[in-house]
Design a protein around this ligand. Structure first.
Ligand code: DHB
Ligand code: MG
Length: 225
């Protein structure tokens, strides 16, 4: 199979399982489609990845989720549903424009009471959470600007306790992650955070490659001991 043919098959398989196992309701469809109005069209997670993140949150029994990178709030909705009516999701977004789109999506989904969107550089918003000594988070999803992944990991560690789950999106990037000489700061952000995780004895972690409607990419999944 050439590249085009494999992409077609990946998309068909995603559609097969997504329609059967994790069909989107109107609120998710609206959130996904509004992604095109954000400053980063098409960067939201795939439908089956959103479902996967929601399942991980449920498996972990997460009540408090922290997300770096909101965009239109597609993955945020999956997390907010997973944490339940007593749970909370804090999601950090750089751009006011995106945050406004996301807030409208949360209202449409009836989830605005359990989602706190904070606008500004995510590193600063996270420092504020640390300064405010907010309750620890059970799960952290790092999905913002990739060069800052190491900064976001440090913040995630300051905002969690043992047992917490930390997930990092977009760690494969069509295989570019293996290029140690890459001049792409996003690739280096992934490589540095991978090293940071590797040298920490209190983090168990693995990485999974994904293919599908978002092409070839992957996730790091870590757990604090
Ligand atoms: C990019 C960022 C994302 O979070 C994503 O899911 C896909 C692409 C990007 O920076 O290009
Ligand atoms: Mg992403």
């Amino acid at each position: 199979m050439n590249r085009y043919e494999s992409t077609t098959v990946w998309n068909a398989v995603d559609a097969y399982f997504t329609t059967r196992l994790t069909p989107e309701d109107a609120a998710l469809v609206a959130a996904r489609e509004s992604g095109s109005e954000t400053t980063m069209p098409n960067a939201e997670v795939a439908p089956n990845q959103g479902a996967f993140l929601g399942l991980l949150a449920q498996i972990a029994g997460a009540r408090r989720v922290l997300e770096f990178g909101t965009l239109a709030g597609y993955s945020t909705i999956w997390f907010a549903r997973a944490v339940g009516a007593d749970g909370q999701v804090v999601t950090l977004e750089l751009e006011d424009q995106n945050a406004e789109i996301a807030r409208a999506n949360f209202v449409r989904a009836g989830l605005e009471d359990r989602i706190d969107v904070r606008v500004g550089p995510a590193a600063q918003s996270a420092q504020q959470l640390i300064a405010d000594q907010v309750a620890p988070f059970d799960l952290v999803f790092i999905d913002a600007d990739k060069p800052n992944n190491p900064v976001y990991l440090d913040a995630a560690l300051a905002l969690t306790k043992p047992g917490a789950v930390i997930i990092i999106d977009n760690v494969v990037r069509n295989g570019a992650v293996t290029d140690e000489d890459s001049d792409d700061s996003r690739v280096q952000g992934v490589r540095t955070v991978t090293r940071d995780i590797a040298i920490r004895p209190d983090l168990d972690a693995t990485a999974l490659q994904t293919v599908g409607v978002k092409g070839w990419d992957g996730l790091i999944i870590a757990r604090r001991r």
